[in-house]
Write a protein that binds this ligand. Sequence first.
Ligand code: LLP
Length: 441
Amino acid sequence: MNQRKTLQVNEKGHLQIGGADTLQLAKEFGTPLYVMDEQYIRDMCRVYRDAIEREYDGNGLVLYASKAFSCLAIYKIAAQEQVGVDVVSGGELYTALRAGFPAERIYMHGNNKQRSELVYAVESGVGTIVVDALSEIDMLDELCGERGRVQDVLIRVNPGVEAHTHHFIQTAKTDSKFGFSIADGTAEQTALYAAGKKNLRLAGYHCHIGSQIFEKQSFTLAVDKMLAFIAAMQEKHGLQTDVLNLGGGYGIWYTDEDAKISCEGYADYLRAVIAELKEKADAYGVKRPYLVIEPGRSIVGEAGITLYTVGAIKEIPGVKKYIAVDGGMFESPRYALYQAKYTPVLANRANEPAAETVTIAGKCCESGDIICANVRLPKAESGDLLAVLSTGAYNYSMASNYNRNLIPPVVLVKDGKADYIVKPQSYEDLVRNDVVPERLQ
Ligand code: LLP
């Protein structure tokens, strides 16, 4: 299991999270239920913040990439932990601002930001907008001009490093909907274009090379490419910038196929990145940039689990045993989308050894509605409590009401105490925005 104190098995043999017995949580809040360990989230914010403090004299900022998990409470925690946040839509921005998050520490992303989103961001005083389209530069310049504001922007750059989990490749590939490629010259042109705009201040550059990455070298290679680009812009065009935002992407443990990274381990990633940054900045003769990173998954992923009640069990002799639970792809879409793997634990008999291989299915009307395929579990029975681990990132945030299932609530636990941070939906919520026109009455 996970290397922190987040998850433990108590004397009753029940799985505990953040000091709370999962059976008690299920009894109090029902299932399916997302549970998040507050301390884990805070610890991870501190790990990154401290590493920048220690290794880089605090010359940088950690942004929590809130697409991983967004609700009012998470922005409160981020604010208390003195990190910034990145948002990617008007909705995330609204949620952050509603939580009282300081606008100047918000970075806004998006490859196709809507005019209304840009107006909202500018009028709210969002610190930095990461621009990702020429039309966006024009639109932003114009609406800043109308409002008498000068907006800090970064250009999203595609550095030609593609990383996937345990591999990375160096590529001159320009086919991505994100960013302007260094290789084909569009990053250079776009930076010059933005720098020429009266109402924009080109603060620097951004890149994000992928997600769930374990390979340190893919991050250091991105540093190298970005610094070479910064140096070229300086030498060729006299264009000096301050900020280098390297995005997120640090991998987490989902199953034993993944490394278990300790707090120290995550600090090591930053140490390697910062060492490369210093070395290359000095070598290329550019000022050491203000470093921004945007981890999402690694801050909230292992903080979360999902609790389910085991329902129907179907054994197809010689083929497979299905254990169906009261959730499914509406709250756990990552298997259906990416064949993502997770580790299940029978939470009420957490010490029992695995006895069989099963597939955990959801309750949606779709064969692909699987939560974990071919996993080892003790012999489960209807009514057992099942926990799926490492579900804190990109589960709740990607949940839907498919089949008109209700999106489960989220509780936050700290020192054994649990509180809702997202309340349960009701059937009434499902029809709230439905309208029956007169002619159908
Ligand atoms: N910054 C940018 C610009 C990003 O696009 C992302 C993630 C992050 C930061 C945060 O990356 P992280 O540290 O969380 O890896 N839905 C997918 C993940 C999509 C990630 C998209 N961008 C999943 O469930 O695996």
